[in-house]
Write a protein that binds this ligand. Structure first.
Ligand SMILES: *Cc1c(COP(=O)(O)O)cnc(C)c1O
Length: 321
C-alpha cells in the first residue's frame, strides 16, 4: 500500500466537512476560579463531551469515511489502550462495517465494556510483554482488514485537528494552546489548526512525567522510544511518537512539558468540584500544566484541550476521595 501524503490544514477542513452533523460540536467552558488562580483567560475545549467520551471519535470516523467498497467489506482493525478502540468500534458501527480491536489485558473495564457495547470484537494482549503493533499488523494481513492506528495516520491526525478548529472558530485567536500528548495525533492535528487559524499562538504539548519520550524526541530531533510508562494517564502511555505526528510536531510545536500523576489528580478534583465535569486522568494533562504554572500564562488568552472523560467509577471515586 502506498504511503499517504503528510496531513495539512486542508485535510482538517475536509475532515470537518465529513464530521459535520456526526461528531458533537463540544462546548468551550471557562472558570473564573481557574482564571483567578492562573492570571490568564482560559478556554477549555471539552472533548469529554464528545461521542464515546473523547476526541478520538473525530479521527476514527474521518479515517473510516475514506474506505472504499473493498475495505468496507473486510472491515477495520486497530490496537488501542482504550479510547481509540471505542472510537473505531462506534465509527465502524455507524459505517455498517466490522471492527476488530486489539486491547491490553489491563485496559480500564469501562473502556473494554464500551468497546464491546459498540459491537467491536476485542482481542487482548499483555502490554508489558507483547508488541501491539506487531499483533495488529499480523491480524490485519491474515484477515485482509485495514489497520487504522491510534495516532500515526494522516486521516486520524486531520480528524483530531477539527477540535481546535472549532475552538478557535469560537474564541478567536489565542496566545497559547496546551494539548495533551500521547502518540501525538491530537497535538499534531491541533498544531495544524492553530498554525492556520491563529498563527501567533504558541502550541505546547503536555505528557506524563513517567513517559516524556515526546520531550526527549523534540530535544534530540529524532523519535525516541521508551518502555511503557506506568502512569494513571493511560491514554498517554505510548512509547514513541509516530512518523507523521513527529514531523508536524517538530515543525509547529514550541515545547513539550510534563506533569506528575499527583498533579493530574489535583486537576481531576478541580474539574469535578469547581466545574462539575468528569475528566479522565489523561484528559487533565493540559489543564494540570497551566494550573501548576509549568509554563507562565499570566495575562494570556489560553486554549486548553480537555481530551476525554472515560474513567472507571471506582477509580474516579478513589481519585476524588
Ligand atoms: C488518546 C488520548 C490522548 C493522547 O492522544 P494522542 O493522539 O495519542 O497524542 C489524550 N487524551 C485522551 C483522553 C486520549 O484518549
Amino acid at each position: 500500500m502506498q504511503a499517504l501524503p503528510a496531513p495539512t490544514f486542508d485535510d482538517v477542513l475536509d475532515a470537518a466537512a465529513r464530521l459535520e452533523g456526526v461528531a458533537h460540536r463540544t462546548p468551550v467552558l471557562t472558570s473564573s476560579t481557574f482564571d483567578e488562580r492562573t492570571g490568564a483567560s482560559v478556554f477549555f475545549k471539552c472533548e469529554n463531551f464528545q461521542r464515546m467520551g473523547a476526541f478520538k471519535f473525530r479521527g476514527a470516523y474521518n479515517a473510516i469515511s475514506h474506505f472504499d467498497a473493498e475495505q468496507r467489506k473486510a472491515g477495520v482493525l486497530t490496537y488501542s489502550s482504550g479510547n481509540h478502540a471505542q472510537a473505531i468500534a462506534l465509527s465502524a458501527r455507524l459505517a455498517g462495517i466490522h471492527a476488530t480491536i486489539v486491547m491490553p489485558h489491563d485496559a480500564p473495564e469501562a473502556k473494554v465494556a464500551a468497546t464491546k457495547g459498540y459491537g467491536g470484537e476485542v482481542i487482548t494482549y499483555d502490554r508489558y510483554k507483547e508488541n501491539r503493533e506487531e499483533i495488529g499488523r499480523r491480524l490485519a494481513e491474515e484477515r485482509g482488514m485495514t489497520l487504522i492506528p491510534p495516532y500515526d495516520h494522516p486521516h486520524v491526525i486531520a480528524g483530531q485537528g477539527t477540535a481546535v478548529k472549532e475552538l478557535v472558530d469560537e474564541t478567536g485567536p489565542l496566545d497559547m494552546l496546551f494539548v495533551c500528548l500521547g502518540g501525538g495525533g491530537l497535538l499534531s492535528g491541533s498544531a495544524l489548526s492553530a498554525a492556520a487559524l491563529s498563527p501567533a499562538c504558541t502550541v505546547i504539548g503536555i505528557e506524563p512525567e513517567a513517559g516524556n519520550d515526546g520531550q526527549q524526541s523534540l530535544a534530540r530531533g529524532e523519535i525516541v522510544h521508551i518502555d511503557t510508562p506506568r502512569t494513571i494517564a493511560d491514554g498517554a502511555a505510548s512509547t514513541h511518537l509516530g512518523h507523521y505526528t513527529f514531523a508536524v510536531i517538530r515543525q509547529l510545536v514550541a515545547r513539550i512539558e510534563t506533569v506528575s500523576d499527583a498533579q493530574l489528580i489535583e486537576t481531576m478534583r478541580f474539574f469535578a468540584q469547581r466545574m462539575k465535569i468528569v475528566v479522565e486522568p489523561t484528559g487533565c494533562l493540559a489543564a494540570a500544566a497551566v494550573l501548576n504554572g509549568i509554563v507562565p500564562v499570566k495575562g494570556k488568552r489560553v486554549g486548553v484541550l480537555v481530551s476525554g472523560g472515560n474513567v472507571d467509577l471506582p477509580k474516579l471515586a478513589q481519585y476524588l476521595a
